[in-house]
Design a protein around this ligand. Structure first.
Ligand code: IMP
Length: 457
């Protein structure tokens, strides 16, 4: 007789995933999902991410604290997968207090197991970028070197900041012996670490955060048992994932759903739904392949003066595409629906959210047409998947586009999907057909509430 599976798991976690190269507007859905969540989790990446929160008309850019902090009932966890930068974190706490977000210190929990970012990680980040012929264009927040130390088992975790100062100094000494040799070799003497001095500084941070440091397994276990709603705010995205993405132009974490589960102290049975976020056009900061990229007047992350804009300049300016963390102008291009199909499989996504549908309409009005990538030409063949051997072929796939004539106007207070202009609905239908996943959410304006939700799906 087949044995009945017995478990007390009540899956109630929603993961908000990025579908492309980040900056898809994950905050919009994250904030919606956090409204009734008991636990909100940041699980991957670190202060390389950025999202803006609005609390009682006050705007604040956060990099580490989950956006769900604006829900006064929510416990917000910085999970074990997050590269935790105490300097940036403490600044965010101060900023949140300034705008009177209630009980911030009581509601934020930090996993004791999260790897800590030290200033030498930022120096190493800069060093590795400087020795590459083709730098990645990292955010220089020390993310890669912090995770690398963690993998090498010489990294410090949040728990280590609570050690007596001399014990912490010993650990920092071991961690930085090789790094200090590198700094010497590359004439970066000013970056050489004095373990005692650094231990003193970071021990003080430890004292400032100690009441927030927890064994986060207990938090998620309790939520799991109660069936509490958990919102997991994704950082970065599918094509920046260190395994799935365009290696080496990736970040150093697994930012797809599976990675976020580990980083968030969750397991696969916790997942109730994965919503994957994209824009109606695409953008990328940093280097690496971008098949649908359009020409723009950008060089070395700076917008050059121009008389006549290229298509990319028009999209960038209409979409205000400048990095939240680094302020760099973003590279932009048409929406790539082929990536969405691959992303859906990697993320285990249930639905897509398309942001900036209103902006795409305006772009179409200006340019006279809109394009969607529905396939590629690559290595002399037509393909319908994102290739993973571009390092080998030195070829970026050429998009095969479907073109829609014209654009549209959408008012940001539109909430009824059926009232969208026909051309906008046609665009969505093409995305759904190519990506093989329904579009449930549609962003029609800059505010979190400027969202059409297709409840029928
Ligand atoms: P790192 O994560 O700072 O090491 O940067 C690696 C790559 O990921 C660079 O191309 C960054 O621009 C990109 N990146 C990292 N975080 C984000 C993000 O939150 N949004 C968009 N791009 C990101």
């Amino acid at each position: 007789m087949e044995k009945k599976r017995v478990s007390n798991f009540k899956p109630n976690a929603k993961y908000i995933a990025g579908a492309k190269w980040g900056d898809e507007g994950k905050g919009k859905i994250a904030s919606r999902e956090s409204e009734d969540a008991k636990l909100v989790i940041r699980a991957t990446g670190g202060a390389n991410a950025g999202h803006t929160i609005i609390y009682k008309d006050n705007k604040l850019a956060l990099h580490l604290v989950p956006g769900g902090i604006v829900n006064p009932e929510a416990i917000c966890l910085i999970g074990q997968g997050v590269a935790f930068d105490p300097i940036i974190f403490l600044q965010e706490i101060e900023d949140l207090n300034k705008i009177n977000v209630p009980n911030v210190r009581e509601r934020i929990k930090i996993s004791g197991r999260a790897p800590v970012v030290f200033p030498y990680h930022k120096d190493l980040d800069g060093l590795y970028e400087s020795i590459k012929d083709n730098p990645i264009g990292t955010t220089k927040r020390g993310i890669g070197p912090c995770y690398a130390d963690h993998d090498n088992r010489v990294g410090m975790r949040v728990y280590d900041l609570l050690l007596p100062e001399d014990e912490l100094a010993k650990k920092i000494d071991v961690a930085t012996r090789v790094h200090n040799q590198l700094f010497k070799l590359y004439n970066m003497e000013n970056c050489i670490v004095d373990p005692k001095k650094l231990a003193k500084e970071f021990h003080e941070y430890g004292q400032k955060i100690k009441e927030m440091v927890v064994n986060a397994d207990i938090l998620t276990s309790k939520a799991r048992k109660n069936g509490d709603k958990i919102a997991v705010e994704g950082a970065q995205a599918y094509r920046l994932d260190k395994n799935y993405g365009d290696y080496e132009n990736v970040t150093s974490s697994n930012c797809v759903t599976a990675g976020a589960l580990i980083g968030g102290h969750l397991n696969h049975k916790d997942v109730k739904e994965v919503v994957m976020i994209t824009k109606a056009y695409d953008s990328r900061v940093g280097n690496g392949p971008f098949p649908t990229e359009l020409p723009a007047h950008i060089k070395n992350d700076v917008v050059l003066p121009y008389d006549k804009p290229f298509e990319g300049d028009i999209i960038r300016e209409e979409g205000h595409e400048y990095g939240a963390t680094t302020k760099r102008p973003r590279r932009v291009g048409w929406c790539d629906a082929v990536i969405l199909r691959s992303a859906k499989d990697a993320e285990g996504a249930d639905y897509i959210c398309i942001n900036h549908l209103d902006t795409l309409g305006k772009i179409g009005n200006i340019l006279g047409n809109i394009k969607i990538c529905v396939g590629y030409k690559y290595q002399g063949k037509e393909i319908d998947y994102y290739p993973d051997d571009m390092n080998l072929t030195h070829e970026v796939p050429t998009p095969i586009y479907k073109t829609l004539k014209g654009g549209w106007d959408i008012s940001s207070d539109l909430r009824d999907y059926n009232k969208l202009p026909d051309l906008a609905k046609e665009f969505i239908k093409i995305v759904e057909d190519v990506a093989e996943i329904p579009v449930k959410y549609i962003g029609v304006g800059p505010k979190n509430e400027d969202l059409i939700v297709r409840e029928e799906l």
